[in-house]
Design a protein around this ligand. Structure first.
Ligand code: CP
Length: 302
């Protein structure tokens, strides 16, 4: 991982996922370590974020580093027409590592080919969100005691949801059985299903959420992503396709946990929040430890 960019979850292999999870567990025990003293990390958010940006910045602060960057590209010279190429060339002179979120699929890979310092992809359009995936793996391992042989239900916007795309690729290394629950308009893209078929992994597809959850180890809910739709009518038709309610968790496994990358809109009813199977807020805390681990391993500090 040393000095390497993390653009796609497949840039790391299974052993490297497990290494990140192990270092994150150390940070969970002792999150405040001065490993980044004297170092500068840039966080460039061309698209809105709460969790990813602030958990990266919390991670950097806890490690004694300094953060530069922006949360709104409208305050930068992008508004004067500066290209992503020039922006990355310049900022890679100012920081030891760049964390970047962008609306365009492929932008993080492009940045990694220009940058003098490693790029960590904090989400590129509907493509990938690898640091979310690593915190999802950490959350699954913590709650299930293993990553192997689990039944994972992915629900909602499986077409545009970059978190489910990255998570599927990572979990395909752990003999997962997948259940995809989505309306026709938002089904898991065929290339991901082909990947599972090539690996000999089982997946099932359904439009029904209610009554299907008894087998689940993890329910991974997702938001229907308004910002990715070119047709507002299609968004209106699908936005409330699934709403998980507390009553729907009756008869599910005691060990089941409900995850969501957040933000949620309507897809998890607030009455689920008090259920011990709801794990999405603890999941956000895990993001700090995972991002501490990723930065430390890429910069060779662990
Ligand atoms: N999970 C996630 O990416 O959240 P934000 O968009 O708030 O960063």
């Amino acid at each position: 991982m040393l000095n390497r960019s993390l653009v796609s979850i497949t840039d790391f292999n299974r052993e490297e996922y497990l290494k990140v999870l192990s270092v994150a567990a150390d940070f969970e025990l002792n999150s405040y370590q001065n490993l980044l003293q004297g170092k500068v990390i840039a966080t460039l958010f061309f698209e809105p974020s709460t969790r990813t940006r602030l958990s990266f910045e919390s991670a950097i602060n806890r490690l004694g580093g300094k953060v530069i960057g922006f949360s709104d590209s409208q305050t930068t010279s992008v508004t004067k027409g500066e290209t992503l190429n020039d922006t990355i060339r310049v900022i890679s002179n100012y920081a030891e590592l760049i964390v970047m979120r962008h609306t365009l699929e492929g932008s993080a890979r492009y940045a990694s080919e220009i940058s003098r310092v490693p790029i960590v992809n904090a989400g590129d359009g509907a493509n990938q969100h690898p640091t979310q995936t690593l915190l999802d793996l950490y959350s699954i391992q913590k709650t299930q005691g293993t990553l192997e042989n689990l039944k994972i239900f992915m629900v909602g916007d499986l077409k545009y949801g970059r978190t489910v795309h990255s998570l599927l690729m990572a979990l395909s290394e752990f003999n997962t059985t997948f259940y995809f629950i989505a309306p026709d308009e938002l089904k898991m893209p065929v290339e991901y299903k082909l990947h599972l078929e090539k690996k000999g992994l089982k997946y099932y597809e359904s439009k029904e959420l209610e009554g299907s959850l008894g087998e689940a180890d993890i329910i991974y809910m997702t938001r229907v992503q308004k910002e990715r739709f070119s047709d507002p009518i299609e968004y209106e038709r699908t936005k409330n396709a699934y709403v998980l309610k507390d009553s729907m968790l009756c008869g599910t496994k005691d060990t089941l946990r409900v995850l969501h990358p957040l933000p949620r809109v309507n897809e998890i009813h607030p009455d689920v929040d008090a259920n011990p199977k709801a794990y999405y807020f603890q999941q956000t805390e895990n993001g700090v430890y995972i991002r501490q681990a990723i930065i430390s391993l890429i910069l060779g500090l662990k």
